[in-house]
Ligand binder design. Structure first.
Ligand SMILES: Cc1cc2nc3c(=O)[nH]c(=O)nc-3n(C[C@H](O)[C@H](O)[C@H](O)COP(=O)(O)OP(=O)(O)OC[C@H]3O[C@@H](n4cnc5c(N)ncnc54)[C@H](O)[C@@H]3O)c2cc1C
Length: 504
């Protein structure tokens, strides 16, 4: 393996303890072991991966959370910079996804090829290819003008961040002040195109009416830049392949180990303590648990009291259903959105209500379509995700099975197949389950939201304010959420540690 060529750049082997084993943690462990560090990992769940996890049941295997990613080059960078051959075989999604509107027989297929895309909207949106080209050019300029200023760097302070922002060309300024929805209204006429292009805001865990227009850059990443990808063999391959390398490098993993307290001396974190009272130590400690709630719940910081944590903006919670179904659902594509016809009303209410939606909007992924090994012959595995309010607004999920039934009934009607009657395996996870499995604050699926007051220098830092050897990696620290962004987060925290140790 190319590992032998990796330069062990520190003479005294330092040890890094990582709390959590999500993608942020695994990628950090890969980078740090490549630089000669010894790494140990403690994880509360029974296996690695965090939200990027796997459930095997009744002969089916299900990716628990993520089903695709953008910016595939971040994974390439990760392996290349660690001197490791990229073990992942990835496939570009084409079409990117299908969008089903209520009372419309045929879904819209979303293609990167703008002529093909325009054909899908014939008679609905005129000159779509030209309008989209113009819209994406602007979004692309914004992406490239900000990626190295806002996303790919550490900030020493809020002031440092604000100074960096002054380097962003002023022409992008108005996009900070209008919503993604109004940006789409300026560019497109039909409700269908506006709704479809605004779906990316849900990847940030928000709605297009609350998301600033700067995030139109996500349309650029999906439709023009790098598209969407998934992994041959299932998304969990990302975890097993990285973990395989870490095992070879001697990284120790302790599962079913929840860190609930710490010991500190002279401004340093000297031990992370598990629920059972076991102590874990390291020269540096990297927390992959949520960067805001860890500061509150484990470090007892007054800036992150329960009241203050509740006042932050959190992304929507996931309500997920995993079905093993007999038969083949020919009307489903790999990725599918099922929407109603009351988009604004729906988006305006889903965040902050204590009742389950009676006509839910949801996403369906059939990974057995491209990875037949995920389901027994003649069956499909369905993953259904419905974004719902977090536990601050809806703490009671005793209606989970009813909500699952509502969604399955609606899906059956819309694809013309009796899914309920053909279900041979069924698992439902509500926000309480997601909270309990991975310590997600109030069940929020993607961590802290990405409003302008919660990004860059305003997001919880990846270096602790008080304990000089404590760092953070993952979705709620910089730069933000999503698989490739968390890989960037691992690069940024590694840079911090290497700088601190005088290695770079
Ligand atoms: C349903 C769902 C679907 C998604 N779909 C996509 C998608 O299609 N594409 C995409 O790019 N992104 C998607 N995401 C987002 C993506 O999963 C996350 O951004 C990413 O996986 C976060 O990785 P992380 O390393 O920051 O955190 P996590 O994956 O949350 O890992 C943190 C780990 O730390 C552990 N931990 C926490 N606290 C402690 C403690 N005190 N002691 C010990 N261990 C602890 C947790 O158990 C967990 O294993 C999805 C998320 C969800 C929930």
């Amino acid at each position: 393996m190319v590992y032998s060529t990796v330069i062990l750049s520190i003479t005294m082997k330092k040890k890094v303890l990582i709390i959590g084993s999500g993608l942020g943690a695994l990628a950090t462990a890969l980078r740090l072991t490549s630089k000669g560090y010894e790494v140990e990992v403690v994880e509360r769940y029974h296996q690695a991966g965090g939200r990027l996890n796997l459930m095997e049941k009744d002969g089916f295997s299900f990716d628990l959370g993520p089903s695709f990613f953008s910016m595939s080059y971040e994974f390439k960078e990760l392996f290349e910079s660690c001197g490791v051959e990229n073990p992942l075989k990835i496939r570009e999604l084409n079409p990117l996804y299908a969008v089903h509107f209520e009372n419309r027989d045929k879904p819209f297929l979303i293609y990167k090829d703008l002529q093909k895309l325009a054909n899908e909207f014939k008679g609905i949106e005129s000159s779509l290819a030209e309008k989209t080209e113009k819209y994406l050019n602007e979004a692309g300029q914004l992406f490239h003008d900000t990626e190295n200023i806002v996303v790919n760097r550490n900030f020493s302070s809020k002031l440092d961040y604000l100074l960096q922002l002054t380097k962003v060309p002023v022409k992008h300024g108005p996009k900070m002040f209008r919503s993604m929805w109004s940006e789409l209204e300026r560019n497109f006429d039909s409700q269908e195109v506006k709704v479809i292009f605004s779906l990316v805001s849900f990847f940030l865990g928000s709605t297009p009416f609350q998301t600033p227009a700067v995030y139109s850059l996500l349309n650029y990443t999906e439709l023009k830049h790098d598209g969407y990808w998934n992994v041959e063999g299932g998304m969990y391959k990302i975890v097993t392949e990285i973990k395989k390398i870490l095992d070879q490098r001697g990284v120790k993993f302790h599962f079913n180990t929840n860190i609930t307290a710490i010991e500190e001396t002279n401004g340093k974190l000297t031990a992370a303590i598990s629920e059972e009272g076991r102590k874990f130590t390291g020269d540096h400690i990297v927390c992959n648990g949520d960067a805001a709630s860890f500061r509150g719940q484990v470090l007892n910081r007054k800036e992150f009291t329960p009241q203050k944590l509740d006042k932050l903006e959190w992304t929507l919670a996931p309500f997920t259903i995993y079905l093993g179904v007999k038969g083949k659902l020919e009307n489903l594509h790999h990725h599918n959105y099922f929407l109603g016809n009351n988009f604004k009303d729906y988006a305006d209410t889903i965040f902050k209500t204590s009742v389950s939606p009676n006509k839910p909007y949801y996403y369906v992924n059939v990974s057995s379509r491209s990875n037949p090994a995920c389901a027994p012959e003649g069956h499909e595995n369905l993953f259904i995700l419905c974004p719902v309010p977090d536990l601050r607004y809806k703490p009671d999920w005793t209606d989970s099975e009813n909500l699952a039934d509502t969604i399955i009934e609606d899906l059956s009607k819309r694809v013309g197949y009796d899914i309920k009657a053909n279900t041979v395996s069924r698992t439902v996870l509500n926000p309480i389950d997601w909270q309990d499995k991975f310590n997600l604050y109030k069940g929020s699926g993607l961590g802290l939201a990405h409003g302008l007051n919660q990004i860059g220098g305003f997001r919880p830092k990846n270096k602790d304010e008080q304990l000089s050897n404590l760092y953070y990696v993952g979705a709620s620290t910089v730069p933000g959420t999503g698989l490739p962004i968390v890989v960037i987060s691992s690069r940024l925290v590694t840079e911090r540690i290497l700088q601190e140790d005088g290695i770079i």
